[in-house]
Design a protein around this ligand. Structure first.
Ligand code: 5AD
Ligand code: SF4
Length: 449
């Protein structure tokens, strides 16, 4: 019987895509996938250390796996991702039943380990793969994709920004861009396989190409992807406000397949806090970029990330963030309580904020935003919007689900043959996190069948 693997992914889209690569390697090595922990012969926990909460979730899950290993001593447990990179072999001390620890730059090492994984339960067989791998971005890894319509494509790895709160440059290393040829080959293959949408992934996609021998920047890359037959929609995350150029705004306004959505993390509305965070822009500069963007690309949806309770954030500073939310009226936000991350610059800052104050600020920001998001959704009632159908709705298998170009989720009654197609939906009901509507037409642009 073939061995089965189970992957538990913690954290962001970057990690979800890394898990697709991990699954790609495991399937290529002849293992089958299972969604039941109890059936698994190999368990991979792909970890995230961006905030303490994500870390705690991983530790409690790994703690529970001790019992699973007792019941099945042949079970192999691997830990991947950012916590693996930071903790390395220290994890073996606390969790002696872990067999393999590998970092985000070493996913390809899983190949060798899985093929000669020790069959014994000998602890001396414990291994790590954590070396900084400057060539990782040039490797072609097999990918087992989760969907059939939308796909993630890494365009760069790592981050050079060193925002004071952020662990990413410490875990994922320096910024490295993939060559445009590798990216275009991957996307052309996806188009041939029937994928209709790509999301380009990187910590700071706007600085794509900075260290490449070829002369290319992010808008240039977008132009080339735009020419790939079959790809109807292009998205990208994440952008850094400082590196958002007018050239990118021009590309967004001229290239019809680039989705009308920009996720642009503002983090805070107070210049004092932005400077302590080492973000490299003021609130005024951020707002100016949004104004230019909104006049160049009407109807564009803008979403953001904010952190509340950063060290030194006074009530007045926090109110700066609140007025930013009121003034900009984002389509949606991700809001986080500041979480202290070992090894980052913010650890050493004075005036850390009480947990109670952080929680109160988080609620205030979320409450305000909930009203803004709902009003924006409500304004779409009665409008007809194009949706790329992704699949059956998770909560109601009678319905289909898809997204607008502006990244809003739309549910509607339709036919399974709509999956992968652009359909026009008349919105009849706005909810807090999604829209509901009725199918009006299947669009003639679905020519790539
Ligand atoms: N505490 C709270 N939020 C954080 N983020 C990153 N690091 C931290 C931290 N230490 C948030 C930022 C970033 C998003 C991915 O996670 O808002 O944009
Ligand atoms: Fe972290 Fe800042 Fe890099 Fe984003 S840009 S990954 S917040 S260091």
């Amino acid at each position: 019987m073939t061995d089965k693997y189970f992957i538990h992914t913690f954290g962001c889209q970057m990690n979800v895509h890394d898990s697709e690569k991990i699954a790609g390697i495991l399937s290529e090595s002849g293992l089958g996938e299972t969604d039941s922990l109890n059936e698994a012969d190999v368990i991979v926990l792909n970890t995230c250390s961006i905030r303490e909460k994500a870390e705690q979730k991983f530790y409690s899950e790994l703690g529970r796996l001790g019992a699973a290993k007792k019941n099945n001593p042949g079970l192999k447990i691997a830990v991947a991702g950012c916590i693996a990179q930071q903790k390395g072999s220290v994890l073996f001390k606390r969790f002696p039943y872990v067999d393999f620890v590998f970092g985000p730059d070493n996913i390809d090492n899983l190949h060798a380990w899985i093929n000669k994984r020790p069959q014994s339960t000998d602890h001396r067989a414990q291994t790590t793969a954590l070396a900084h791998n400057p060539e990782y971005h040039n490797k072609a890894l097999p990918v087992k994709r989760e969907g059939k319509v939308r796909a993630w494509v890494s365009i760069m790895y790592g981050c050079d920004n060193f925002c004071a709160y952020c662990v990413v440059p410490h875990t994922r290393g320096r910024e490295r861009s993939r060559s445009s040829k590798d990216i275009l080959d991957e996307i052309s293959t996806l188009a041939r396989q029937g994928f209709r949408e790509v999301t380009l992934l990187g910590q700071n996609v706007n600085s794509y190409g900075k260290n490449l021998p070829e002369k290319i920047d992010f808008p240039g890359l977008l132009g080339m992807i735009h020419d790939i037959e079959g790809i109807e929609r292009i998205r990208f995350v994440t952008s850094h406000p400082r590196d958002l150029s007018e050239k990118l705004i021009d590309a967004m306004s001229n290239l019809s397949r680039i989705c009308k959505h920009l996720h642009l993390p503002v983090q805070a509305g107070s210049d004092k806090i932005l400077s302590l965070m080492n973000r490299g822009y003021t609130y005024k500069q951020y707002k100016e970029k949004i104004d230019i963007l909104r006049s160049a690309v009407p109807d564009i949806a803008v979403t953001t990330d904010i952190i509340v309770g950063f060290p030194g954030e006074s009530e007045k500073d926090f109110q700066g963030t609140i007025s930013a939310l009121r003034e900009i009226e984002f389509d949606g936000i991700f809001a986080f309580k500041y979480s202290i991350r070992p090894g980052t610059a913010a650890v050493g800052l004075p005036d850390h904020i009480d947990e109670k104050d952080k929680s109160a600020r988080l609620s205030e920001a979320l409450d305000l935003q909930a009203g803004i998001t709902y009003a924006k959704n409500k304004a779409l009632e009665g409008k007809t919007i194009t949706v790329l159908t992704e699949g059956l709705s998770e909560t109601d298998k009678e319905k289909l689900t898809g997204r607008t170009s502006s990244n809003k989720i739309v549910n509607f009654y339709g036919d399974e043959s709509d999956i992968g197609r652009l359909v026009d939906i008349k919105i009849s009901e706005a909810k807090q996190h999604s829209l509901f509507g009725t199918k009006e037409a299947i669009l003639a642009t679905n020519i790539h069948e």
